[in-house]
Ligand binder design. Structure first.
Ligand SMILES: Nc1ncnc2c1ncn2[C@@H]1O[C@H](COP(=O)(O)OP(=O)(O)OP(=O)(O)O)[C@@H](O)[C@H]1O
Length: 588
């Protein structure tokens, strides 16, 4: 199997650099999330949510002041007594607005901090994933979850969670405030209130399922699109454009249908809520109205409600339903937010990981070890999802500065062994040592700094030749790049291309030129005393292959070289040829 492209040095270097950068860039820079929030997304939103509850409850003194004022005016016919209540309404109203705005801002900042942390976790886990891990999520899906869907957790945490708390606490407090005046009014609220959450929950379960399906669809559409864009040349060459376009249209249509289903459910839940809220307020108005008119003498603990009391109850009725309406308005945030949280948590799941933690400090602290020896002792490895081991008790000793060709039939595990030596996955058993240092999770970052990797299909980033050689590595300056290009005879090609940028995936370079660029990349890493190459001459014509072999020989001057190959001409230039299949047999 050809996974050499995935094992390229570029990827290794980039992964090493990206991990700490991602960690630094995405970790919340200020306003550290609380201890609880580091474990779960939910509890973080509690403090601002409680502040919003308090702000909502400030309506009670306002309503009391308004009813008192109107009751007083109706009774005495004078505006004199109304000044104080009006002042209370204004002051409390200002306080309410300020508190509400402050709490909303706090909730938003907390939610952003959680989003940053979740994103960083997911990206760190993606960056740490071994290139050998077949279960790693598709790039399009991962990009869609991290860049797009993840944002949905902000409204979920900053709007839905406070709204849910409000809808639990505020109605209960209002019922308790109404009860001393009229048990009937409290009963009406008490009965009509729970009907709303019950219907909302019934609808909400369907909304969440629909939203999860929609997220999966969005992710797979992105993955599909990215994959087909990458393979556009193949699709064109094989005349599969129409079929692909039809498939894309089908996928897009399916996404449209699922989005409409989510919207339908969201609208339905709002309609249900509005209906019950309107019925509840109307019922209350009918009761209070008839009671004040003396047509309905029950429900006030044997007495008669005054105008102020009746007004107070009437003013509280809409406030009773308000948090529930607010909850309905943000209801679809819940479905999308929970689905996004789940998707982010799934990305953060550790699969098969690279050895080492991408420790930038350790990487930078690497000391140049020219031409280290390599010892592989009784190494066994079974790929995830396979039952048969790919490597079984393999032992191999490569002396310092030696050049070794690994030969063997396709599928015998040459690329896998190279990947294990590069620390791109951990061996199941056995030991690998480089320059006398055992390759472990602790030493891998440092050791990898001393390894250059040339894959079969190196990844070329869109950008200049210089940027593609340097890959942003500290210490790789112009002088170093020129020297590297001279070593592998890339200067002519670089001159020919000039400063104009290369296209994505090396568009603008021939297959042989891409490989030469990869050799230059490897040569630019001056700390790298060990060169690992995976079938560098595969698919090349004789003349180009001979050029690459020359480049490889020049690159490996004063370094140790292990190359997996089927090419007898390349193998013949090495100091020693090792047949991996015979090593496997010996071990058995
Ligand atoms: N990431 C992977 N997940 C599961 N199985 C894998 C993976 N990579 C390789 N394999 C399997 O492991 C075996 C060895 O593959 P490997 O690529 O190491 O062989 P190879 O000798 O380099 O082959 P080739 O010369 O064709 O490149 C094959 O059977 C392959 O199908």
């Amino acid at each position: 199997m050809d996974h050499s492209a995935r094992l390229s040095a570029d990827l290794d270097d980039v992964a090493g650099k990206v991990r700490p950068q991602v960690r630094d860039a995405l970790a919340p820079s200020s306003g550290k999330p609380s201890r609880k929030a580091r474990h779960r997304a939910g509890p973080q939103s509690r403090r601002p949510a409680w502040l919003q509850v308090v702000a909502a409850l400030l309506w009670l003194p306002q309503a009391a002041a308004i009813s008192y004022a109107i009751g007083g005016i109706a009774e005495n016919g004078s505006l004199q007594d109304a000044f104080l209540p009006v002042a209370v309404v204004v002051v409390v109203g200002c306080l309410k607005v300020l508190l509400d705005a402050f709490a909303a801002r706090l909730a938003f900042l907390d939610a952003r901090a959680i989003l940053s942390r979740k994103r960083a976790d997911a990206l760190q886990s993606l960056a740490a994933r071994s290139p050998l891990d077949r279960s790693a999520p598709a790039s399009g899906l991962a990009a869609s979850v991290v860049a797009e869907q993840a944002d949905m957790i902000v409204p979920y945490l900053s709007r839905f969670q406070p709204a849910r708390l409000k809808s639990t606490v505020v109605p209960l407090v209002i019922v308790a405030a109404v009860l001393p005046f009229s048990w009937m009014a409290a009963l009406v609220l008490f009965i009509s209130g729970p009907l709303i959450p019950i219907f909302m929950a019934l609808i909400g379960w369907r909304a969440q399922a629909a939203s999860e399906k929609q997220l999966v669809r969005t992710g797979s559409l992105n993955a599909f699109l990215l994959d087909r864009l990458r393979g556009l040349a193949t699709i064109r060459a094989l005349g599969a454009v129409d079929r692909t376009a039809i498939r894309l249209a089908e996928e897009a249509d399916s996404l449209r249908r699922r989005t409409m289903a989510v919207l339908r459910i969201a609208f339905l839940s709002s309609a249900v809520l509005e209906l019950f809220a309107a019925l509840g307020v109307a019922l209350m108005a009918v009761y209070v109205g008839f009671h004040l008119l003396g047509h309905l003498d029950i429900g006030a603990w044997g007495g008669q409600l005054s105008l102020a009391e009746g007004l107070f109850i009437l003013l509280l009725a809409p406030a009773f339903f308000e948090p529930l309406r607010e909850l309905a308005a943000v209801w679809h945030d819940r479905a999308a937010g929970e689905a996004a949280l789940k998707a982010l948590d799934e990305l953060a799941v550790k699969g098969s990981v690279l050895l080492g933690g991408g420790d930038a400090a350790a990487t930078l602290a690497a000391t140049r070890c020219p031409a280290p020896s390599v010892r592989v002792e009784a190494v066994s490895f079974t790929h995830a999802g396979r039952t048969e081991p790919t490597l079984q008790a393999i032992s191999l000793a490569v002396a310092a500065g030696e050049r070794v060709a690994l030969l063997g039939p396709s599928g015998c595990g040459k690329s896998t062994l190279i990947a294990l030596i590069a620390g791109l996955a951990a061996a199941d058993s056995g030991r690998i040592s480089i320059g006398g240092t055992e390759l472990t999770a602790k030493t891998a970052d440092r050791l990898r700094r001393g390894i250059a990797f040339v894959g079969q299909k190196p990844h070329i980033f869109a950008g200049s030749v210089a940027a593609n050689i340097g890959l942003g590595r500290p210490g790789v300056d112009g002088v170093c790049r020129d020297k590297a290009m001279r070593t592998v005879s890339f200067e002519e090609i670089a001159r020919h291309h000039g400063p104009s940028p290369l296209g994505e995936n090396g568009v603008g370079l021939s297959g042989g030129e891409v490989l030469r660029l990869a050799l230059a990349r490897a040569a630019a890493g001056e700390d790298a005393g060990l060169v690992l190459a995976d079938e560098p001459t595969a698919h090349l014509d004789r003349q180009t292959a001979a050029g690459i072999v020359d480049g490889l020989m020049a690159l490996s001057q004063g370094r140790t070289l292990i190359v997996a190959t089927h090419d007898p001409l390349l193998a013949a230039r090495m100091d020693r040829i090792v047949d991996l299949s015979s090593l496997q047999k010996e071990a058995v």
